[in-house]
Ligand binder design. Structure first.
Ligand SMILES: [Fe+2]
Length: 328
């Protein structure tokens, strides 16, 4: 063997030794074991579960808004309960009732979908039994009451009567604010046409020639005749997406629900992923909105077990509105 071949063999041996050392070093770092693709997948799923779990477990939130207007003489604290869908808040609705009691409201407003079209009315009735005789209470329909068949709808309206709750359906009342009053108007949900129709089941709007949103807007315009610039006027109405019609009618404050906070939220980034009648990334998913001289407050509602998808970073909420004069 000549010197050149011997040198080549030495070089190959050295390279093999280096590679072997590198392999051993890598194995040493992983303690001799490599994670399989399946194990990595489940570790990622577990981490995602741990990180996102708190977002699904958020409890009842109380959110307060302040409205000041020079026409309000005195003050009024409103508790806005929307989209309960007859869901359960503890035994006898204790959790929700005690949250309300702590706030000492002057009046409770039920902003639609208080009952559900499919779930039993028992939880909603328990809530009414808990507030009965303690607070004046006013109600407007939501789409889900209208989607119940006529018999169930009738039962629900009778439950409201039994506990002294006043249904507002295109009419108004005056609420005392200490030394003055504000006017509270209430509008039926556009889907009330289901109930008004002759059939006991839901009808096909187009086939029947119904125009629910157009009719609702016409009814809202009727309020405009009653509204005076000297009087602070509130509208209780289930649907936030009808904001243009509300503003046109001349209300000062609108209280709505329906959007359930867009079901999935990412704080500071996405205020709701989807809401009925508004679609993806709804504009009026929940919060406070201003349109010219009108303010609209949209509750994210109280629906839990009635929804198809769980709420994420979107806790059910009880909304409190404090009305006061400018100098309070
Ligand atoms: Fe609704």
């Amino acid at each position: 063997m000549d010197l050149e071949n011997m040198a080549k063999r030495e070089e190959i041996k050295t390279i093999k030794e280096e590679n072997s050392e590198q392999e051993n070093g890598k194995k040493g770092k992983h303690n001799g074991k490599k994670l399989s693709g399946r194990a990595k997948f489940w570790i990622i799923i577990l981490l995602l579960f741990v990180i996102t779990l708190p977002g699904f477990l958020l409890g009842l939130t109380v959110r307060t808004y302040e409205i000041k207007d020079e026409r309000i003489r005195g003050s009024l604290r409103i508790a806005l309960v929307t989209d309960l869908h007859s869901c359960k808040y503890g035994e006898g609705q204790k959790k929700l009732l005690s949250a309300i009691e702590k706030q000492h409201p002057d009046v409770i407003l039920l902003g639609g979908d208080f009952f559900d079209d499919k779930l039993s009315d028992v939880r909603a009735e328990e809530f009414l039994a808990g507030i009965s005789g303690k607070y004046p209470c006013y109600y407007v329909t939501g789409n889900h009451e209208c989607w119940a068949n006529k018999e169930k709808f009738g039962t629900q309206m009778n439950i409201l009567k039994k506990y002294g709750v006043i249904r507002l359906a295109g009419d108004s009342v005056l609420l005392q604010t200490g030394s003055g009053t504000v006017r509270l108007c209430g509008a039926d949900d556009p889907d009330i046409l289901f109930v008004r129709s002759v059939d006991t089941e839901r009808v096909n709007y187009e086939a029947e020639g119904f125009k629910p949103f157009q009719d609702a807007a016409t009814e809202l315009a009727e309020f405009a005749k009653e509204i005076s610039d000297d009087e602070f006027t509130i509208l209780l109405s289930h649907r936030p997406e009808m904001i243009d019609a509300y503003e046109k009618a001349g209300f000062d404050l609108v209280l709505a629900g329906h959007a359930h906070g867009g079901q999935i939220r990412i704080p500071w980034l996405v205020n709701g992923l989807y809401a009925p009648n508004q679609g993806l990334f709804p504009k009026y998913a929940g919060g406070r909105y201003e349109k010219n001289d009108m303010t609209m407050i949209v509750s994210r509602g109280l629906a839990k077990e009635s929804t198809k998808f769980p709420r994420f970073c979107n806790p059910p909420e009880l909304v409190i509105i404090d009305l006061a004069g400018e100098d309070n």
